[in-house]
Design a protein around this ligand. Sequence first.
Ligand code: ARG
Length: 462
Amino acid sequence: MAEKGKSWEKRLSGEPDALTVDFVESISIDKRLYKYDVVGSIAHARMLAEKRLITRDEFKQIRDGLIEISQEIAEGRFVFEKKYEDIHMAVEAALVARIGEAGKKLHTGRSRNDQVATDMRLWMRDQIEMLQAKITLLQKALVKMTAGYCDDVMPGYTHLQRAQPVAIASYVLSFVEQLERDFVRLGNCRNLLSISPLGSGAIAGSTLALDRKSTAKQLGFLDISYNSIDAVSDRDFCAEFIFDCAIIATHLSRLAEDWILYCSSEFGFIRVDDAYCTSSSMMPQKRNPDLLELIRGRTGTVYGALMAMLTILKGQPSGYNRDMQEDKGHVFSASDTVEACLDVARAIVSHTKFNTEKISAGLEEGFLDATALAEYLVRKGVAFREAHAVVGALVAECEKQNKKLAELTLDEFAKHSAAIEADVYEHLGARTVVGTYVTEGSAGPKQAKEQIEYWNRQLGQR
Ligand code: ARG
């Protein structure tokens, strides 16, 4: 390789315009792939030696050179130059500069097209594990939080209107469930992307007898890709990964939205520790949940990345196109955003308390026990539609008299339904009702305790 560094300089005359250099470079973004690029190259070189396309000695020179370069990058001693376009060219140029002739053999039977597809998969595999670990930590924080609130009750909302009473623990555990699906979804994505495109070359594979299974095995892939054209065209996995990040962002955003409401004076359900609040530059009394708002707001960044990624893919003709290079910014942005949000969400969860007294004080507002009363009537032999109408009328009556259901007299009940007997009072009141939930997965303390046990077992193994 000549001083100027790029192997195709014999093909194109003169120097590229400065605009060209700036516009095509991706090294400012993809340099973070360096470890994966080096690891992929070492596997490729080892395979070339196995196939006698290079000598053992050349392999060792390449391997040692690459490790040194990786070290330099890790220590911040490496100078990234835009003229090399991307991390792949930069590492290769540095290798040639370091070891000479042997370095020029590294790219045998390889294109940056299969190289970058490999690097991205390797990076994503690790990143998914990292995100899964952070999901688990957040789940553990949520489960830990529940321990104190199994027997505490709060209103469950539908349409943001009071619906039925739920154990606070059940409410918190609902997020553990969501996050579990996110964990599994990422695992599925990881499995699907875990195939090696290496050896697909630019588009058509190679006339050299490369051992693709060797590189796949060395790199820990589950299999190889079986169509070279698809292998260099495929960035489905990037879109899928960003989608998985987008769903995580959605879940965190909904938690954030709840808690932003819950820490308002209007709700007053929770208190987030001062360390995770901000104040106002003007209003001295303010305690703002800005971190939660930012979690909610950053969902926009992740959705934007998903839309961008899908759009990048949709118009491309078959084969590799440089459009693909645009994947990285969006993949990294989605991943970094979600990673930070998971960290912050965990910190907030670990430093938030429910104001159980305040919640209890307002618990009998909103007829949370109405549905349980209808089900009481069902058990007394009344058809559900009938029961629904009876309780609807009773609630209307209560509103007129400014009473709770439990405050109606037996006579008042009897006017609406003969099926209501003295035992009705054992089935009224939000706190009573949560204790009477019996279906599996109900939002009562009994079920919450079972779920906590399940999660402690499940998450303890991770
Ligand atoms: N940096 C590019 C990418 O991320 C790989 C370069 C492929 N370039 C090319 N001219 N074939 O996709």
